[in-house]
Write a protein that binds this ligand. Structure first.
Ligand code: AP5
Length: 209
């Protein structure tokens, strides 16, 4: 099963993807995580991507498309995958179609902007194992420490209020048109993301059949 998770920053794509990985035993491919890893390792791609990410802008299509195709070609994707944060522009979606990679369903997570801003503001990440927390909605057992591996949690560089507001603007202009793109292809499944995390995941399972 090849699935795309679509939605604005902070709506809960990463959180839902992690539950889908356990349930369906297929990998989550987050272009955001791949890019952050490239920045951390100071690769050529990472050095080019950093200035866009820090400003809340999208990394140019040419850089992201190549990285994504390399990742999907790996053996662990043979039974399926969950694309989290890709495609994010119409050209990215068209390049996915042109590459012959089949998509079975597009899960669109829907929430109003005030919910999204609150979620992004309270998000905390484990830099070691990638677990995602929220200070109010899904706090770790011990404040500031990852339940799974004991590492100190961090706030991502792109969580500053001015960067959050640009990320939302970029979403509306460049990514939201994908909703119509996939609706026309009859692949879109809209899920109400303003529910507890487990209820969102149950709705996704139902939509995937
Ligand atoms: P990326 O890493 O993809 O970030 P994003 O899409 O902006 O989204 P987030 O990861 O911040 O949010 P999310 O929807 O995964 O929500 P989460 O589960 O964390 O991209 C970062 C940057 O990389 C981009 O700005 C761009 O520069 C670049 N990039 C990436 N892909 C690209 C591409 N294809 N092309 C070009 N550039 C690209 O949840 C948020 C919070 O809410 C958490 O704290 C969580 O605990 C909480 N939460 C989640 N669900 C619920 C719920 N149901 N109820 C209550 N709380 C909840």
């Amino acid at each position: 099963m090849n699935t795309i998770l679509l939605g604005p920053p902070g709506v809960g794509k990463g959180t839902a993807a992690k539950r889908m990985v356990s349930a369906y035993e297929i990998p989550q491919i987050s272009t955001g995580d791949l890019l952050r890893e490239a920045v951390k390792n100071q690769t050529e791609l990472g050095m080019q991507a950093k200035k866009y990410m820090d400003a809340g802008e999208l990394v140019p299509d040419a850089l992201v498309i190549g990285m994504l195709k390399d990742r999907v070609a790996r053996e662990d994707c043979a039974k399926g995958f969950i694309l989290d944060g890709f495609p994010r522009t119409i050209p990215q979606a068209e390049s996915l179609d042109a590459s012959g990679i089949r998509i079975d369903a597009v899960i669109s997570l829907v929430a109003p902007e005030e919910v999204i801003v609150e979620r992004l503001g309270g998000r905390r990440d484990c830099p070691k194992c990638g677990a995602i927390y929220h200070v109010k909605n899904s706090p770790p057992k011990k404040e500031g420490i990852c339940d799974q591996c004991g590492t100190a949690l961090i706030t991502r560089d792109d969580q500053k209020p001015e960067v959050i507001s640009n990320r939302l603007k970029v979403y509306r202009t460049q990514t939201e048109p994908l909703i119509g793109y996939y609706r026309k292809k009859n692949l879109l499944k809209e899920i109400n993301a303003v529910q507890p995390i487990e209820a969102v995941f149950k709705d996704i399972q139902r939509a995937l059949g």
